[in-house]
Ligand binder design. Structure first.
Ligand code: ZN
Length: 160
């Protein structure tokens, strides 16, 4: 099922090939300010249907991640990133993170939100089971932060 998305002014339009199973809310300093709910795709599942020059990119930190936004209306649209699931950037496996809030005619409320505690996962360790510190998810208890290799996992959080 193709889903179309657009920024507020429609200068950026795009399509993804399927609906997300989950969307991700991240507590890192960038995502919490941007307010995105991320849906992850591989590049072949994503198609920009508007002129590429309408998209501006913001980079910070490691600068390996390109955060796209509309040059006109400022909506955060999609992010081009290497795969980070091993904890290191894998440039052979590029990913597109789409801001699912920009999906048109799609009921986001029916999709599970996975909270990842980017603020602590990437900038400091916190053991499993502790209450989350970030303000945005203080109502949730961390289930796991690190896998057996001590690597940052997607932290699934549940209400205590
Ligand atoms: Zn726009």
């Amino acid at each position: 099922m193709t889903i179309k998305g657009s920024c507020h002014c429609k200068a950026t339009t795009f399509e993804v090939s399927e609906a997300p199973q989950t969307v991700t809310q991240c507590t890192c300093s960038f995502c919490s300010k941007r307010g995105s709910l991320w849906a992850y795709y591989v590049p072949s599942q994503f198609r920009l249907t508007s002129p590429p020059e309408n998209v501006s990119f913001y980079r910070w930190g490691s600068i390996t991640v390109k955060h796209g936004f509309c040059s006109t209306c400022g909506c955060g649209t999609f992010t081009e990133t290497p795969d980070w699931s091993t904890g290191k950037p894998d440039f052979d496996n590029p990913k597109i993170s789409v801001n699912s809030r920009l999906f048109d005619d799609f009921d986001l409320d029916k999709v599970e939100v996975v909270v990842i505690d980017g603020k602590n996962l990437w900038w400091g360790k916190q053991p499993a089971g502790e209450l989350c510190r970030p303000r945005s998810c203080s109502a949730f208890r961390r289930i796991s932060c690190y896998n057996a290799n001590g690597r940052a996992d997607l932290a699934r959080l549940q209400r205590p």
